[in-house]
Ligand binder design. Structure first.
Ligand SMILES: [Zn+2]
Length: 404
């Protein structure tokens, strides 16, 4: 019998099953990387004592940038090209240690980063990749600087093709190029953003005709589209085009919320992202004043938008934009979601089962037989979201305990 066929029983603790139901006493049996039994009085070949702890499904972060390490452009420009991949290895480890067993990379990581984790070269959460940030000329992903130089945080390379497109034909070609490079989701900017020098988060980018082509190309290959979208008009354009998730969603009006409900569109708030920009500026990182001003301007509107979306019943999944802020601090997002009126159970469901559904993993996100054995053990009260990062004591991925 191989080691992996042994039954490991997690006993004596509470289980938060991922659905949003409150934690309840239960044992969980894992074998061959899968959950095989959940109940009371279960036994196994080896036991993990969960007394005083709560077992959660492996947590998700649906918006990270693994190859990004802060937003100081000057510092980033001094780093050798390949350094980002070694940093990604460190970032993957930190993210896993935080209890995150699955991430969606929202531009930056390429197929090599994903495959290195899959092949066991580096420890990390499983990674769903978008590779590039599809942007119009002058849009959020355009690295053009007022000096006339092009300088961005993610330089195109063979694994990460350029992603500036104008017009439906270029959009089609860009989409196909990214899908060829291994993109599992296409990331598009349908509005300006906080970190781009020459645009405004409230302005729309790309026309409905361009977005229709993008969604059609993704769908044709069984993929979907996520949209960086902050202003209401760009959000609505994205939703109408059939984009699966709105990232940030800073200025949601009632019509946008209504459209998201009707289309079943997901919201990934990334409430911590503007906070991270302000914190970095306060810590002395050289960031253009315009960026810091934009970050300060959006914070209040962001909280208000997410609160109204949550109240209305918009589907919400957890994302942080880590890479803007430090990797491994992902769970700092959770108290901010709670501050938008979500209950701790709702926040944790958004971070587990809901995120799994958004990313299309039907064997993750809940604790039930047949699911992959991604599990997180938390000391004390799992609903104390502020204390949660410090309370994560064990992280298991595919039935194997990760070094924490
Ligand atoms: Zn992002």
């Amino acid at each position: 019998m191989t080691n992996s066929a042994l039954r490991t029983v997690f006993s004596g603790g509470l289980v938060f099953d991922g659905t949003g139901a409150d934690p309840a006493p239960a044992d969980v049996v894992v074998a061959d990387g899968r959950i095989v039994d959940v109940g009371t009085g279960l036994d196994g070949d080896t036991a993990v004592d969960c007394t005083g702890r709560t077992l959660l499904p492996g947590l998700f972060d649906c918006h990270v940038h693994l190859t990004l390490n802060g937003i100081g452009l000057l510092g980033a420009l001094q780093k050798p090209f390949s350094y980002q991949f070694f940093e990604a290895a460190v970032n993957l480890r930190r993210t896993l240690q935080a209890g995150i067993t699955t991430v969606r990379d929202a531009a930056g990581a390429d197929l090599g980063v994903k495959q290195a984790v899959e092949d066991g070269l580096v420890p990390g959460p499983r990674v769903q990749i978008s590779i590039g940030l599809i942007s119009q000329t002058g849009g959020h992903g355009d690295n053009w600087m007022p000096s006339g130089q092009c300088a961005g945080l993610a330089v195109p390379h063979p694994g990460r093709p350029p992603a500036i497109a104008d017009g439906p034909d270029e959009m089609r070609s860009t989409a196909r190029t990214l899908l060829r490079a291994g993109a599992e989701v296409l990331k598009v900017c349908t509005t300006g953003g906080v970190l781009s020098p020459r645009d405004d988060p409230r302005h729309s980018q790309f026309t409905p005709a361009e977005l229709d082509v993008l969604v059609a190309e993704a769908s044709a290959q069984g993929r979907y589209v996520m949209a960086h979208a902050q202003g209401a008009d760009g959000i609505k354009n994205a939703v109408r085009a059939g984009v699966r998730s709105i990232e940030h969603g800073i200025h949601l009006d009632d019509e946008a919320i209504d459209l998201m409900l009707r289309h079943g569109t997901w919201l990934v708030p990334t409430l911590i992202a503007p906070v991270a920009v302000i914190r970095a500026a306060e810590a002395g990182v050289q960031i253009p004043d315009a960026m810091v001003r934009k970050a300060r301007e959006v914070t209040e509107a962001h909280t208000d938008s997410v609160r109204r979306a949550a109240e209305a019943g918009v589907r919400i999944a957890m994302g942080t934009d880590s890479g803007i802020g430090p990797h491994g601090t992902n769970l700092d997002e959770l108290p901010l979601m709670e501050a938008c009126g979500m209950t701790p159970g709702e926040v944790l469901a958004a971070t587990t089962s809901s995120s799994a559904r958004l990313l299309g993993y039907d064997d993750l996100g809940t604790v039930e037989p047949g699911r992959r054995a991604d599990l997180v053990l938390v000391e004390g009260d799992a609903y104390d979201l502020t204390a949660l990062p410090a309370n994560v004591t064990e992280v298991w991925k595919d039935g194997v305990r990760a070094a924490v």
